[in-house]
Design a protein around this ligand. Structure first.
Ligand SMILES: *Cc1c(COP(=O)(O)O)cnc(C)c1O
Length: 699
């Protein structure tokens, strides 16, 4: 139910904004020591934008679209170094002024166009390089992101390249049939099919379209033969092969002999026989395979294309009128920017991919003296990932106590004196031992408390002492080249928790479902050192609603470096470490009492939106489509996120009924004098107003 479902919601608004119109963000701020500074001048002596670039690996995963400008903000250059750029932080502020609250999904249509251009250019280059005497006709798999504005834009941008669409289901076929009007572009019909599906696909030929029905199940063969006969139209057919080469990666279960889809070699032979018997073997023109998404290793790409090329030439030998080879999806995206065969990365680029595919197919055909096929790829992830950025704000943080503890008194409990002594004695030589001591003393303090020997304030003091010990130990451990195993978790234990205005189940479901990594970083303050290390906790009340794995050069890291929140108005005394430790509570900043702090989650344009779900009834986020103009940018479309009324409607609640129930309850309470008239009105007003509001928190 993550769909941006109703067309009514997709209100189209085109408002051009000139660069000069953007709000200036030189807000005056007060620092902790009371002096006033402006946001332009916060670069600390020890930190630089270059350090932020390195830390968040933005060049690795973001090039050529994302970088950091001199103001320390993320910038977006939708056409890489060929066009203009815009400041993402300023864009978000301008959109907020237009009542587009966070979380906000921003789509850059120019990036979409650039991805299509790059993919076609890569194949054109490979075709020229290997003197391939055929053409490339890519298709976009609608499954990857079905949003109307996006599919329409894709078809438009793909027109010069006769870029087509791939449908993986009947509803997607409906989208493709109605949207694809590019002469000569292919419409690849995959997925489970019934008679209606097959008839629609065949009849679309009469509209001037080029649908190719890919047989994925042996049961579809007689259906297709019968439909072709009945309609008196010769369909163009393909077979999807179950290759024995499979991707070993994270998502690699679409291939292999027991894969869910496709025909085995005996089934392909049976298909050839059945078509031949029906005098329809000339209809069979395409071979398709798809071995899985996000193929991390080029070796896997190569093995698959080798096997498929041989099946292709064998089918031609058997008398099929082979014209097309469709290599499916799988072209990877480098989410962590490491350029390795790690599951969140890939050890090849788009050009390597195109080169290998073209070279292998040409070699196989040349050997058998066969004409080469029109090459089709169904790259989805590689086309739509980069265009979407999800921007969300931090609501509050929770941190473990830190700083310098108050000196111990002789009268304090022995366990407290022990902990204090441990704290005092921590050095590079004994930090590991000190960690064990502190942990032991803390456990003892707890059991003394359970037996009534330690009071609640004493237990609090002991816990705070434990945390500052850990802080001191961690500071030392971070300086060491080798960290002992038993201290490895310390970073995680000590991490701050940043509460984010987001539902990962709705906006980044793959982080939860399959541990997918997306680059996440602040979109401003990048000229300041991020002094906190944090995990992210979302708005849902589900303990899985968190992000605690982040991209890193090697493997993943358990915490993300973030900036401390700045108080909006500093009425309280300074946030000095000392005040923290004497305060009895863990420091939790109250929501919205701080300057806005925005994080961006990048490369989220594929699969996430439609797989998102309504856990805890957080609905779709607001989405905007941005197009760069010579003078600034323009908002092409606004797709408002779900309101409470819409989300409640999905689970069969009617707003009117809900309001009525509250009204009756307030009337009864009024009669029984349990509530004042004023309060009852306040409650009703809040209730009614909330129903028309966004499901996320507003700042
Ligand atoms: C999912 C899918 C794709 C898209 O794969 P990507 O890895 O996102 O490019 C292409 N073809 C088929 C048949 C698919 O199922």
């Amino acid at each position: 139910m993550g769909a941006r479902s109703t067309a009514a919601k997709a209100g189209s608004e085109t408002g051009a904004i000139e660069a000069s119109d953007r709000s200036t963000v030189n807000v005056v701020k007060q620092t902790s020591n009371g002096t006033v500074e402006t946001s332009g001048s916060r670069t600390s002596a020890t930190w630089s934008i270059e350090k932020s670039e390195e830390l968040y690996r933005i060049t690795g995963w973001g090039e050529p679209y994302f970088s950091i400008n001199a103001a320390g903000h993320v910038t977006v250059s939708p056409e890489g170094d060929r066009g203009g750029s815009l400041d993402l932080f300023e864009l978000v502020n301008a959109l907020k002024q237009r009542n587009l609250g966070l979380p906000l999904l921003i789509r850059f249509s120019d990036i979409l166009e650039d991805r299509i251009e790059r993919l076609n250019a890569a194949f054109a280059k490979a075709i020229a390089r290997y003197n391939y005497p055929g053409v490339y006709r890519g298709v976009y798999p609608v499954k990857c992101n079905q949003q109307r504005h996006l599919v329409e834009a894709l078809v438009k941008f793909g027109k010069p390249h006769q870029f087509g669409l791939e449908a993986g289901s009947k509803p997607e076929l409906m989208i493709a049939l109605a949207t694809l009007k590019t002469p000569g572009a292919l419409l690849i019909c995959n997925g489970y099919k019934d008679r209606e599906y097959i008839e629609m696909a065949i009849l679309a030929q009469q509209l001037g379209q080029t649908p190719i029905i890919v047989l994925e199940q042996i049961e579809e063969v007689p259906l297709v033969i019968e439909a072709g006969r009945k309609l008196g139209i010769r369909p163009i057919l393909g077979v999807r092969a179950k290759l024995s080469s499979k991707d070993v990666g994270h998502w690699g279960t679409s291939a292999g002999d027991r894969a869910k889809f496709g025909l085995t070699i005996p089934e392909i032979l049976s298909t050839v026989e059945q078509l031949s018997a029906a005098n329809m073997l000339d209809s069979l023109q395409l071979l398709h395979y798809h071995i899985g998404s996000q193929i991390a290793s080029i070796a896997v790409v190569k093995t698959a294309i080798q096997e498929a090329s041989q099946i292709y030439v064998e089918l031609a030998k058997l008398g099929a009128d082979m014209k097309y080879l469709d290599v499916g999806g799988g072209l990877g995206v480098d989410y962590d920017g490491s350029k390795t065969n790690f599951y969140a990365s890939k050890n090849y680029n788009m050009q390597n991919y195109a080169n290998d595919v073209i070279a292998e197919v040409k070699e196989a055909c040349d050997e058998r003296k066969l004409p080469v096929p029109t090459l089709i790829s169904e790259s989805g992830r590689a086309i739509t990932s980069h265009q979407s950025v999800l921007v969300f704000d931090v609501l509050s943080t929770s941190e473990v106590p830190s700083g310098v503890p108050e000196p111990v008194q002789e009268t304090e409990h022995l366990i407290i004196r022990n902990l204090y002594e441990t704290y005092e004695s921590i050095t590079v030589e004994n930090y590991q031992e000190a960690y064990h001591d502190a942990t032991q003393f803390k456990a003892e303090a707890l059991s003394l408390f359970n037996f009534g020997y330690v009071s609640l304030p004493e237990r609090a003091r002991a816990e705070r002492l434990y945390w500052v010990c850990c802080e001191k130990i961690l500071a030392i451990a971070r300086q060491q080249e080798y960290v002992p195993d038993d201290l490895e978790d310390l970073e995680k234990i000590m991490a701050s928790i940043y509460y984010i205005n987001l539902s990962v189940f709705q906006s980044a479901p793959d982080t939860w479902a399959i541990d997918q990594l997306f680059p996440i970083m602040p979109i401003h303050r990048l000229d300041e050192e991020p002094t906190k290390r944090a995990t992210l906790a979302d708005l849902t009340c589900d303990s899985d609603g968190k992000i605690d794995q982040f991209i890193d050069l090697k493997d993943v890291k358990p915490v993300l470096e973030l900036h401390s929140l700045k108080s909006e108005v500093r009425s309280q005394e300074s946030e000095g470490a000392h005040s923290l430790i004497t305060n009895n509570q863990q420091l939790t900043t109250a929501p919205h009492s701080h300057e806005p702090y925005y994080l961006g989650m990048f490369l989220v344009g594929t699969y996430q939106e439609i797989m998102g779900n309504l856990h805890n009834l957080f609905g779709d986020t607001n989405a905007v489509h941005i197009h760069l103009t010579p003078k600034g940018y323009e908002i092409e479309h606004v797709v408002k996120g779900d309101t409470m009324t819409e989300v409640l409607g999905y689970v069969q609640y009617d707003s009117e009924d809900l309001i009525e129930s509250i009204r009756q309850q307030t009337e009864l309470a009024l009669r029984e004098k349990r509530i004042t008239l004023q309060d009852s009105q306040l409650l009703l007003q809040n209730y009614e107003r909330s129903l028309s509001r966004y499901t996320y928190l507003s700042a």
